[in-house]
Design a protein around this ligand. Structure first.
Ligand code: M6R
Length: 365
């Protein structure tokens, strides 16, 4: 079953070009039409005036990424909340807001209960982004987008996350089209970005030997910090979660601009700092945040794309990621942080596919 791979997690990381192209095929066949999200989508999506995303764990980070797309491409407000928090608070419900739940398994109890609670509060439009057909959460939702990741067995979510991002990106573009904010030219650009994505992800996978070479430097550490800005901030969060989950190293992620507001106090020679720094509008800001780290002796491990113009120097290690595919750069940059966590866990000898204390599907509170 594992073929040439040592673990399901490694296999699933490498299945991403295929999982993504299968999921993208569904999107492109449909041409960002409402029908992509189910029979009632043509009736419901035009009514949507805001989006509320509810999820747990890695799926929550997919939601945080989607917020950037939904607000910039569709031009509607989007808030993202941890399902286990939402379900127990007095929340304000606007029935014109679409509730989007994200769940690989479709069975996560907190996400299911948050959906039920949203309905009690008066929401009547719910969309589920899910990987398991006919599971509980899509069955309780008016609309659904099934990711085509195939079975995910490793406890650490990998291909489910990147395919969820494709579904969420398609939602942003579809809502943008319905609101007249995406013209034919822009739509063509988004289609092209999706078409190129599996190839860019394959290039990122080819970085595995270089990433493996970094893993020994992390294996003996107690802590690590992950930094990103904008769309790459949720990817930093995902990188930190992956590392905690399977290698048991304590890892935190921050938007790089927050360093000075507290976490910089943690930085010294023993703190490795992973930075996701492709060439986007925030790169110069990220570079100055990196100088702040270096000045305190922190060792930098930078994922920079071919246009970022970084060079290695003392205490600064650089891996060149593929030139990013515009808005979808966050998906490409997920691959290196998954591979890093995997190889650090291998170096530490932990049980990669079944980390201690965790279950694949969290059906209890
Ligand atoms: O099945 P779900 O997407 O609802 O699961 C949510 C989380 O339990 C899950 O993403 C968890 O955080 C993963 N183990 C992370 O790798």
């Amino acid at each position: 079953e594992l073929g040439p791979y040592s673990h399901f997690m490694q296999k699933e990381i490498h299945e991403q070009p295929k999982a993504l192209s299968d999921t993208i095929e569904a999107v492109l066949e449909n041409g960002f039409a409402a029908g992509l999200f189910g029979a009632r989508a043509a009736e419901l999506l035009p009514q949507v005036e805001g989006v509320k995303i509810l999820a747990c764990g890695t799926s929550f980070y997919a939601g945080l990424t989607a917020k950037y797309w939904i607000e910039s491409i569709a031009g509607i407000s989007c808030d993202v909340e941890i399902a286990s928090e939402y379900r127990y608070r007095d929340a304000f419900a606007n029935p014109r807001h679409l509730v989007v739940t994200i769940s690989q398994s479709g069975e996560t109890l907190d996400t299911m209960e948050a959906l039920k609670y949203a309905k009690e509060l008066g929401h009547n439009m719910a969309l589920s982004i899910c990987n398991v057909r006919e599971s509980a959460i899509p069955r309780a939702s008016e609309l659904v987008f099934y990711t085509r990741a195939g079975a995910e067995i490793g406890v650490a979510s990998t291909k489910a996350f990147t395919t969820q991002l494709v579904g969420l990106f398609a939602l942003a573009v579809t809502l943008g089209k319905l609101r007249g904010r995406v013209d034919a030219q822009a739509e063509h650009g988004y289609q092209e970005a999706l078409r190129q994505l599996p190839g860019s992800v394959q290039h990122a996978l080819n970085l595995e030997p270089q990433i493996k070479a970094w893993s020994d430097k992390f294996a003996a550490k107690q802590n690590a910090l992950f930094l990103g800005r904008g769309l790459h901030y949720p990817i930093a969060l995902e990188g930190a979660l992956k590392l905690k989950e399977i290698s048991y190293i304590h890892a935190e992620a921050y938007p790089a601009g927050e360093l000075k507001h507290g976490p910089l106090a943690l930085v010294d020679e023993s703190m490795p700092v992973v930075v996701i720094a492709p060439n986007d509008a925030l790169l110069e800001k990220v570079k100055s945040n990196m100088q702040e780290v270096r000045a305190r002796g922190g060792e930098l491990f930078v994922f920079a794309d071919l246009d970022s113009h970084f060079s290695e120097s003392d205490g600064v290690h650089v891996i060149r990621t593929p030139r990013h595919v515009g808005v979808l750069s966050a998906i490409v940059h997920t691959i290196p942080v998954q591979l890093l966590a995997y190889h650090v866990a291998l170096a530490r000898g932990t049980d990669v596919d079944k980390p201690r204390n965790l279950a694949k599907s969290v059906t209890v509170e």
